[in-house]
Write a protein that binds this ligand. Structure first.
Ligand SMILES: Cc1cc2nc3c(=O)[nH]c(=O)nc-3n(C[C@H](O)[C@H](O)[C@H](O)COP(=O)(O)OP(=O)(O)OC[C@H]3O[C@@H](n4cnc5c(N)ncnc54)[C@H](O)[C@@H]3O)c2cc1C
Length: 485
């Protein structure tokens, strides 16, 4: 039997890393264990650039699993905040638990840690106040909200290096880390967490009871990201952990020439447009904008391929990509947003023979599919070479599709060319957030000693806020240890 830990964190994404970092910083002198199904950051590698098509790495996708979680291959845009704002507009709802001012302080603190580990000093989106305000005014006139906040851009290759430094730091400070290890189950007795059941990832395919081991801990922090959202739903069902029905964001990755986006890219780096287009009035927003970036592919459970995007600090394309996402809340009697999203994704994947589908906007408007030959003759080249030309409207629901098309028309009034017929829609882009796990202000679930942070439980939606939730988690645990003394 393994030794007992004081703190065990499931996952090694930014939220988990910053929990461990801050526990070290607070000198709690406790035994800490992090477990992830993926690899060390230096061993994570996506073969797509060589193979030109996603080979669906086994047992887990390197883009989403391992040290630094989804952060390793992310664009590394750290979203900060505007001092004058009375709310936090990007990155989730951590502020609902700790308050807006405390969240701003936490962002400042966490940003300094990123700087200490090598983030670029330069902040994007501060120079062009007048131009941004002009664009915001124009957006308002057409019924859109344009949010601009300062961004610290790490870039994909630099993010990798930064997280490697953090990995070395945790190792040097005696944090135990188990890689390529799946947390299969939680051990809960009398509504109190006791530890977890693990299995080495190499034995995943056999599904044998004898490969399961138990690890005990007084405090278990679930930090499984979107990758683990499905697992978390199963855990909540099995152990009767309280949840609220969450949302699922469904949409497309939109790619267009830098030339069209040049003002938004220059003035804001990432401009976040939000609207509620008629007739459904669903919330539609742009997300994760990558100037001169690349569209990418990632693989989730059951081999589902989702599209995403990123940009490098040095390597550049001539296209900008961004997500256009529609938030769907379901009402009685349906309460399975994750299943809904998975079904949409599966259908799109099937239409693409297991690949990401791509279609020109003009073809959608004409009511026809895009053919490979037409894609080759498009006025600009798609950056995701493995995407297959086809018809996404067969698989994306009428409501979602209408929301997206109406939204594109609105943005076109602010950014001329945004609705050009050659612009490309890749699908499926889906953000799973699990059913939101009910937590109190100390991030504790309805099970004693079991905590939930980061993207997985639905609290955050981005690198900075996920990292902040980790810092706050450590402070909460440190207080608990102090009281127990
Ligand atoms: C391509 C891409 C680009 C992105 N770009 C940006 C960006 O520019 N800016 C931004 O703010 N955000 C970006 N994001 C999102 C950002 O990466 C996430 O918001 C952030 O990583 C969430 O952190 P987390 O700790 O909550 O979870 P994650 O980073 O998802 O980490 C969760 C970890 O838990 C592990 N895990 C899950 N279940 C289990 C289990 N049962 N057993 C063991 N391990 C498990 C996973 O393997 C994973 O490593 C991007 C994401 C991607 C994929």
């Amino acid at each position: 039997m393994r030794e007992k830990y004081d703190v065990l964190v499931v996952g090694m994404g930014p939220s988990a890393i910053f929990t461990a970092y801050e526990l070290i910083n607070l000198n709690v002198n406790k035994r800490i264990l992090l477990i992830d199904q993926g690899k060390k950051v230096e061993n994570r590698f996506c073969p797509l650039e060589q193979t030109k098509e996603c080979i669906k790495c086994k047992p887990f996708c390197n883009i989403t699993s391992g040290f630094s979680g989804a952060g390793a291959f992310s664009d590394g845009k750290l979203s900060l905040y505007n001092k004058e704002d009375d709310d936090i507009y990007v990155g989730g709802n951590l502020q609902n638990y700790i308050g807006v001012e405390a969240t701003k302080n936490l962002i400042d603190y966490t940003d300094k840690i990123y700087l200490k580990f090598g983030a670029d000093e330069k902040l994007e989106g501060l120079e062009y106040k007048y131009e941004v305000e002009k664009m915001q005014k124009k957006s308002k006139e057409v019924g859109l909200n344009l949010i601009s906040i300062p961004i610290r851009h790490l870039g994909t290759e630099k993010a990798h290096e930064l997280y490697k430094r953090l990995e070395d730091y945790l190792t040097a400070h005696k944090v135990d880390m188990m890689f390529e290890t799946i947390v299969e189950d939680l051990i809960i007795e009398d509504n109190k967490v006791k530890g977890v059941k693990i299995r080495q990832a190499k034995y995943k395919q056999y599904d044998r009871d004898e490969d399961i081991e138990e690890v005990y801990a007084d405090n278990v922090v679930v930090a499984v990201g979107r990758k683990g959202a499905n697992w978390l739903v199963d855990m909540c069902d099995k152990h009767k952990i309280k949840t609220k029905t969450g949302i699922v964001d469904i949409g497309v990755r939109y790619e267009l020439p830098d030339e069209i986006m040049k003002d938004v890219n220059k003035y804001m780096y990432e401009g976040k447009f939000i609207g509620r287009p008629a007739p459904f009035k669903d919330k539609v927003r742009t997300f994760c904008q990558n100037p001169s970036g690349f569209v990418s592919e990632e693989v989730y459970d059951e081999g589902i391929s989702l599209v995403n995007g990123h940009s490098y600090k040095e390597r550049k394309s001539t296209n900008t990509n961004l997500a256009i996402l529609v938030s769907h809340h379901f009402t009685y009697p349906f309460h399975k947003p994750i299943d809904y999203g998975r079904n949409v994704a599966k259908n799109v994947n099937e239409l693409g023979n297991g690949n990401i589908l791509v279609q020109r906007l003009g073809d959608i408007l004409k009511g026809k599919r895009t053919w490979e030959k037409e894609l080759k003759e498009n006025s600009f080249e798609p950056t995701l070479k493995s995407a297959v030309a086809g018809d996404i409207t067969f698989a994306i629901g009428y409501r979602t599709m209408t929301d997206i098309l109406e939204f594109i028309k609105l943005v076109d009034k602010v950014v001329p060319g945004f609705a050009n017929k050659d612009n490309l829609l890749y699908a499926p882009e889906i953000k799973f957030y699990s059913n939101q796990v009910e937590i109190n202000n100390d991030f504790e679930t309805s099970v004693e000693g079991l905590y939930s942070i980061g993207d997985g439980g639905g609290m955050t939606r981005g690198l900075m806020m996920a990292s902040c939730s980790g810092v706050e988690m450590a402070r909460i645990l440190a207080k608990k240890f102090f009281v127990e003394k």
